[in-house]
Design a protein around this ligand. Structure first.
Ligand SMILES: Nc1nc2c(c(=O)[nH]1)N=C([C@H](O)[C@H](O)COP(=O)(O)OP(=O)(O)OP(=O)(O)O)CN2
Ligand SMILES: [Zn+2]
Length: 130
């Protein structure tokens, strides 16, 4: 059963180039191209702290610093060890959020990656077994 929950999110932006492997040679995304990416980090949980925060938005600042240093104005194929699809970027960023941010117990992380104003790919952590 899904419990009522609070959800917060913060967005980050970066620009980068990539090409996708495993596609037919004539697929447009097999060619070198770039995007102005938007990343949305979402946190979902049932319990607030005494202030009324799920997590202070400011605690997500290390994610911005990491994106600026690791992804912004980079060629993603050169700095990541996986095919840089939006789905796999979202999964990678969710793991990075876990490493950089003190996520309260019971809070689940989801990350969305948008390459164009019309597309989003999300990776959501599974709910813990009850
Ligand atoms: N499921 C996914 N599909 C595609 C991805 C992806 O990461 N996951 N990536 C690409 C390309 O990198 C690029 O984003 C092209 O996207 P697309 O929406 O196809 O391109 P356009 O903006 O030109 O859209 P049109 O509808 O063709 O105008 C492709 N697919
Ligand atoms: Zn692309």
């Amino acid at each position: 059963m899904t419990m009522p929950a609070f959800e917060i999110s913060k967005t980050f932006e970066f620009s980068a180039s990539h090409r996708l492997s495993g596609l037919p040679a004539d697929h447009k995304c097999a060619r070198l191209h770039g995007h102005n990416y938007t990343v949305r980090v979402q946190l979902r949980g049932e319990t607030l702290d005494p202030v009324g925060f799920l997590l202070d938005y400011g605690e997500l600042s290390p994610v911005r610093d990491w994106i600026d240093a690791a992804l912004d104005h980079q060629h993603l194929n050169a700095c990541l060890d996986f095919n840089p699809t939006a789905e796999l970027l979202a999964q990678h960023l969710a793991g990075t959020v876990r490493q950089l941010v003190p996520i309260p117990d019971g809070v689940r992380v989801a990350v969305g990656v948008s390459e164009t104003p019309r597309t989003w790919a999300f990776y959501r952590e599974a709910e813990a077994a009850q």
